[in-house]
Design a protein around this ligand. Structure first.
Ligand code: KG4
Ligand code: ZN
Length: 343
């Protein structure tokens, strides 16, 4: 039985952020994210450490989310959780927690696909964001994903293209690492790029058919380029950091925009929504604004806290499934590989 006010507790633990959110229907009452700082010293996410940190964080994070929303757990209508895709050890923590609490409270349990959640985050009711209209194209760009998806309605999605190797956020982070910048380097590349010349250095773009992406070749060409230049001048990176970052970012954005343009041409859909941590990049935001003026697209970027991994986006999918009575049973298990639209 649904009430006019349905309170959903959502849990996200697919990678290195432990997050819990409380939604009242489509509105977010709280969205708590504990980012695991431990990975910084290793220059990337260490799966074993991530699982352990999730186990430490999950109960305090859920308590905080309930307290911030001023909701008692007895008021909850359902519990939504990320079933996958993601790191198995990380997913197991959120999945087990959600199952146990749903069982204890005797309320419905709702599994959510993390990739669908990145897309449906646009439908969180927030004065700072507008929801795209169906059908639209969604490009999810983060440290773990790079996909272009055709979204016909809330639960009808088709992956048109995706990365064959590294995700775009990894391309930013690995390039940054080669320049000696700390992890995650994406925001720093963005910062330095704003002062640099995007055409100062030329990096090759991969030749990948259709709407798929590849970023591993770019990383290799940057490696060789930096090795060559630092042999001639050991101070090359520090003397040219702005121009290198601007050129790397320009190449990455060219790759993304080229594929988006093909997707728009192929589908005839001009509503373009992006999400994921890389959506914070000032360059991609500028390019999308330009596309609105020059190509007549309508573009959508969620609020930053709903772009990066967060439980509020799991909560909005949880609410949509709750209204349809689409519940999971207690035998549901985490899935590290979990394609959009599959079971
Ligand atoms: O969505 P997210 O928080 O976590 C993952 O699911 O990966 O995305 C993190 C990624 C990192 O690779 C980070 O470097 C990148 O997003 N990122 C950026 C910017 N802000 C975050 N990349 C480029 N420019 C930015 N401003
Ligand atoms: Zn994600």
């Amino acid at each position: 039985m649904t009430n006019s006010k349905n309170y959903i507790l959502a849990i996200e633990s697919s990678c290195d952020d432990t997050s819990a959110a409380i939604l009242c229907n489509t509105k977010v009452l709280s969205n708590v994210v504990a980012t695991q700082e431990i990975h910084k010293q290793y220059g990337g996410v260490v799966p074993e450490l991530a699982s352990r940190a999730h186990q430490q964080n999950i109960v305090p994070v859920v308590h905080q989310a309930l307290a911030k929303a001023n909701i008692d757990k007895k008021q909850l209508s359902a519990i939504a959780f990320t079933r996958g895709p993601g790191l198995m050890g990380s997913l197991l923590v959120g999945t087990s927690f959600a199952k146990s609490l749903a069982l204890g409270l005797n309320i419905p349990l709702i599994e959510v696909n993390h990739m669908e959640a990145h897309i449906l985050a646009h439908f969180i009711d927030d004065e700072k964001q507008t929801a795209p209209k169906f059908p639209f194209l969604a490009m999810t760009i983060s440290g773990g994903h790079t996909q272009i998806v055709k979204v016909t309605d809330y639960f009808t999605m088709e992956v048109l293209g995706e990365t064959l190797d590294d995700a775009v956020g990894e391309a930013f982070d690995k390039s940054a690492k080669l320049m000696g910048l700390p992890y995650p380097g994406g925001p720093l590349v963005d910062k330095y790029a704003q002062q640099g010349n995007p055409l100062a250095f030329d990096f090759p773009k991969p030749k990948v058919d259709g709407l798929n992406f590849s970023f591993s070749g770019l990383k290799t060409s940057i490696l060789y380029f930096l090795q060559r230049e630092t042999q001639k001048n050991p101070e090359f990176v520090s003397e040219n950091i702005n121009d290198i970052c601007a050129s790397v970012q320009y190449t990455i954005l060219e790759i993304l925009m080229e594929k988006l343009k093909i997707a728009v041409e192929q589908t005839g859909i001009t509503q373009v929504a992006i999400g994921g941590g890389v959506a914070a990049n000032s360059g991609i935001r500028k390019r999308l604004k330009e596309a609105e003026e020059t190509l007549g697209w309508k573009t959508y970027i969620p609020k930053f806290e709903y772009c990066t991994d967060n439980a509020a986006m799991i909560g909005i999918v949880g609410y949509l499934k709750f209204m349809k009575g689409n519940f999971s049973n207690q035998s549901v298990a985490a899935k590290a590989r979990y394609a959009i639209g599959s079971n």
